[in-house]
Write a protein that binds this ligand. Structure first.
Ligand code: GAL
Length: 654
C-alpha cells in the first residue's frame, strides 16, 4: 500500500524540483508519475530530442528515493506533428475535424500517427528503460477521454472495411448478418461500406455494434504497439494504462490481454457523482463526498481487469474543474478515499496533482499544494495518511484480496448494445449495473466485478444486471455448477450480430429458465407498476417485459396487474423489470440468502470491505456508526465506532 503523485516538472522552474522531491519523500510519497504530456519538450522539433531536462528531473526524483512511473506522451502530439500530418486529427460523429489546442487531438487509427508514436516511445524507452528508478510505464493517458472515441476518420474507414472483410469474408454474409435487405441497405463490396454516422435516422444497429467492436480493437492494438516497445526496452517494468471511471467505449478485458500488468484508473468521486445519471436527490446528498459506491465500483471493476493488480493513478485531492459543479470535498474525504482504495486492493494511490497549476486549462483544479506552495487541505490529509501507513505495522505479503462470494458481471458489449438501442431514454447500462452493485454493497457484501466470459463457478452468487448478448459459457457454467445466478431484464435478447434471438428472449437462457418474453415496454417515469416482495412494497421502473413462464418456472412475485415480476427455476432467478432501490435490494438479499450468504443492511453511508486479514469500514455518512467487529478485534486504525467521514481498520483472521 503505497502513495504516489502526478508531477509535471516541465510546469515549474527547475529551482523548485529538488525541494518538491524532498517534500514528496518526507510526506511518504513513494512513486511519481511524470511526462505523459511532455512531447513538445522532449522533441521540440521533428527528430530533435531534448533529454537533458528530463534526465535531470528523473535523477532529482530518484535522488530522493522516489520511484518513477513514466507516461508515454502520445495523448498530446506537438503542433509541428499536427501541421506535418493534419490527417492525424480525429473526426467527431457529426463529421467535424477536431483541432490542435488542447489534448487527445489524434486519431487512434491513423497509420502515420502510429508510426510517430512508435518513434517517440522507442526513443523514451531506450533512454529510460533500464533506469533503476523507473519502475513502471503508463501508455498514453485515458484512452477515449473528451469523447475522442469513436473517431470517424478516413483511416478508421479503411481499417474498418478491412476488419469487416476479415470477419465476414463475403459481402453476402455481412449483408445477411446485418439484415441489410431492410431499407435497401445492401452492399456489393466491402469498400462500399461507410462509417455509421451522419445518417438521416438511426444507422443499422448491427453496423454500429461492429463499428464499436472495431474501435475497441483499435484501442487495444494502439496500446499493444507501445506495450511491446516497453517490454523490449524496459524489461521487468510494469506496463499500465490509466483508465477512466464509468467509461466503456472499449472492452477493457480484451485490452488487458494486449500487454497490461496493472489496471490503473483515475478516481474523481465528486465530479463522477455529478455526471452520472443518478437521481438529483443522490447528487445532492453526496455532493461533497461522492456517492459511497462510485469509487468502490471502479476499484472492484479494475481489480478484475488487472487480474488482481489495481492502482489508482490519479486520486482527486480537492476540488476539480470539469464537472457542472465543483464543490470542495468534505474535510477528511481525501483520506477516506485513499483508505477505501486500499481496502479494495489498490497497491498504489497516486494523487492528481502535486501542485495546482496557475496557468492553462486546469488552473481551477486543486493539487496537494496551492500554486504558492503551501500544502492544500487535501495535501494535509495525505500527510496524515502517510503517517498512518508508516505506523500500520501489517505485512504486505498477505494483502491480496480473496475472491468475493458474489460476482457481478460487467459487459462492454452490453453497454454498446444498450446505448445503440436504449428503447427507453433512461435505460443507461452503467447506471443499471451501478444500482445492482450499490444494492449488494448496502447489504455489506464484497463484490468482484468480472467478465461474463470468466470462470464463475467458484462464486456462490453471480449477478448479471443485464446481458443482452449472452455468451454460451454462461449457460454451460449454470448447467455444470451448483451456484446461484440472478439475471436482469434484456438478458439473452440479442444475437451476436444484433438481431432478436430466434427463439425469442431470454434466448439461450431458456435452456435453464424456460420462458418467453412476448413483449417489452419502456416506462416513462410516471408509470410505476407496483409489486410486493415479502414485506417490501415497491415499483418497477424504466423497463418491463411481459413474460410467459414455461414448465418448472416459479413466479416468485407479480406486479399488481398480474404480470410476472420475478421468476425462478432452481438456482436461476430472473427479474422481468428494473426495480426501485428498496425492491432491488430485497430481491438481491433474498437471492443471496438462498445462495447461503449472510446479508444485513448497513446504515446509510457505511461500507465494509475485506482485504487479506484486514477488515475496513468507511463512513460516508454524517453520523457515527458501530462497526461489526468481534469484541476482541485488534484495531490498527480507528475504533469500533467510526465517525462521519472516517475510517476504521481491524484484523480479522478467517
Ligand atoms: C484526468 C486526466 C488528467 C487531468 C485530470 C483532471 O482525466 O488524466 O490529466 O486532466 O483528469 O481531473
Amino acid at each position: 500500500m503505497q502513495l504516489g503523485v502526478c508531477y509535471y516538472p516541465e510546469h515549474w522552474p527547475e529551482s523548485k524540483w529538488n525541494s518538491d522531491a524532498r517534500r514528496m519523500a518526507d510526506m511518504g510519497i513513494a512513486r511519481v508519475r511524470i511526462a505523459e504530456f511532455a512531447w513538445s519538450r522532449i522533441e521540440p522539433e521533428p527528430g530533435r530530442f531534448d533529454w537533458d531536462w528530463l534526465d535531470r528531473a528523473v535523477s532529482t526524483l530518484a535522488g530522493h528515493g522516489l520511484e518513477i512511473v513514466i507516461g508515454t506522451p502520445t495523448a498530446s502530439p506537438p503542433k509541428w506533428l499536427v501541421d506535418l500530418h493534419p490527417d492525424i486529427l480525429p473526426v467527431t460523429r457529426d463529421g467535424s475535424v477536431m483541432q490542435f489546442g488542447s489534448r487527445r487531438h489524434y486519431d487512434i487509427s491513423s497509420p502515420v500517427y502510429r508510426e510517430h508514436c512508435v518513434r517517440i516511445v522507442e526513443a523514451m524507452t531506450r533512454r529510460y528503460g533500464d533506469h533503476p528508478a523507473v519502475v513502471a510505464w503508463q501508455t498514453d493517458n485515458e484512452f477515449g477521454c473528451h469523447n475522442t472515441l469513436p473517431s470517424y476518420t478516413q483511416a478508421a474507414l479503411h481499417r474498418f472495411r478491412r476488419w469487416l472483410a476479415a470477419r465476414y469474408e463475403t459481402i453476402d454474409t455481412l449483408n445477411s448478418a446485418w439484415g441489410n435487405v431492410f431499407w435497401s441497405m445492401e452492399y456489393r463490396r466491402f469498400d462500399e461500406i461507410e462509417l455509421p454516422h451522419r445518417t438521416p435516422t438511426d444507422a443499422n444497429p448491427s453496423h454500429v455494434l461492429d463499428f464499436r467492436r472495431f474501435q475497441s480493437d483499435e484501442v487495444a492494438s494502439f496500446h499493444a504497439l507501445q506495450a511491446e516497445l516497453i517490454r523490449r526496452h524496459a524489461p521487468g517494468r510494469d506496463v499500465l494504462h490509466n483508465f477512466m471511471g464509468f467509461y466503456a467505449a472499449f472492452d477493457h478485458y480484451v485490452f488487458a490481454r494486449h500487454g497490461l500488468d496493472v489496471a490503473a484508473w483515475d478516481s474523481y468521486p465528486i465530479p463522477r457523482t455529478e455526471v452520472l445519471p443518478l437521481p438529483e436527490a443522490d447528487k445532492h446528498r453526496w455532493a461533497r463526498t461522492g456517492h459511497p459506491d462510485v469509487s468502490a465500483f471502479s476499484h472492484d471493476l479494475y481489480r478484475g481487469v488487472g487480474n488482481g493488480r489495481m492502482w489508482v493513478m490519479e486520486q482527486q485531492a480537492g476540488p476539480v474543474n470539469w464537472a457542472p459543479f465543483n464543490p470542495v470535498p468534505q474535510p477528511g474525504m481525501v483520506r477516506l478515499w485513499t483508505w477505501e482504495a486500499f481496502a479494495h486492493g489498490a497497491e498504489l494511490v497516486s494523487y492528481f496533482r502535486w501542485r495546482q497549476c496557475p496557468f492553462a486549462q486546469e488552473q481551477m483544479h486543486s493539487g496537494l499544494n496551492t500554486p504558492d506552495d503551501e500544502l492544500s487541505p487535501g495535501g494535509r490529509e495525505v500527510v496524515r495518511v502517510g503517517e498512518e501507513l508508516r505506523t500500520l505495522g501489517v505485512s504486505e505479503d498477505d494483502l491480496r484480496c480473496a475472491r468475493a462470494s458474489v460476482a457481478l458481471l460487467f459487459d462492454y458489449e452490453a453497454d454498446w448494445v444498450i446505448e445503440t438501442q436504449r428503447h427507453g431514454i433512461d435505460f443507461d447500462y452503467q447506471h443499471v449495473v451501478f444500482e445492482w452493485y450499490s444494492a449488494l454493497r448496502e447489504l455489506g457484501l464484497d463484490v468482484d466485478i468480472v467478465s461474463a466470459r470468466s470462470d464463475l463457478r467458484a462464486y456462490r452468487l453471480v449477478v448479471a444486471p443485464t446481458l443482452p448478448i449472452l455468451p454460451d459459457s454462461v449457460v454451460e457454467q449454470i448447467e455444470l455448477g451448483s451456484n446461484h445466478w440472478v439475471f436482469g431484464p434484456r438478458t439473452g435478447s440479442k444475437s451476436q450480430t444484433f438481431a432478436i434471438v430466434a427463439q425469442l428472449p431470454p434466448g439461450k437462457l431458456r435452456t435453464v429458465l424456460p420462458s418467453r418474453v412476448i413483449e417489452v415496454e419502456s416506462l416513462r417515469p410516471s408509470i410505476r407498476p407496483m409489486l410486493r416482495l415479502g414485506k417490501v412494497e415497491g415499483t418497477g421502473l424504466r423497463w418491463r417485459e411481459h413474460v410467459q413462464p414455461g414448465a418448472g418456472v416459479e413466479v416468485m412475485a407479480r406486479f399488481d396487474d398480474g404480470l410476472p415480476a420475478l421468476l425462478r427455476r432452481e438456482r436461476v432467478t430472473y427479474m422481468t423489470a428494473c426495480f426501485d432501490r428498496a425492491l432491488l435490494r430485497a430481491a438481491i438479499a433474498q437471492c443471496a440468502r438462498d445462495a447461503g450468504i449472510d446479508v444485513a443492511a448497513l446504515p446509510e453511508g457505511l461500507r465494509l470491505r475485506r482485504r487479506g486479514p484486514l477488515r475496513f469500514a468507511v463512513n460516508y455518512g454524517d453520523r457515527s456508526q458501530g462497526v461489526p467487529a468481534p469484541a476482541d478485534a485488534k484495531f490498527i486504525l480507528g475504533s469500533s465506532i467510526v465517525g462521519p467521514v472516517d475510517v476504521a481498520v481491524w484484523i480479522e483472521e478467517d
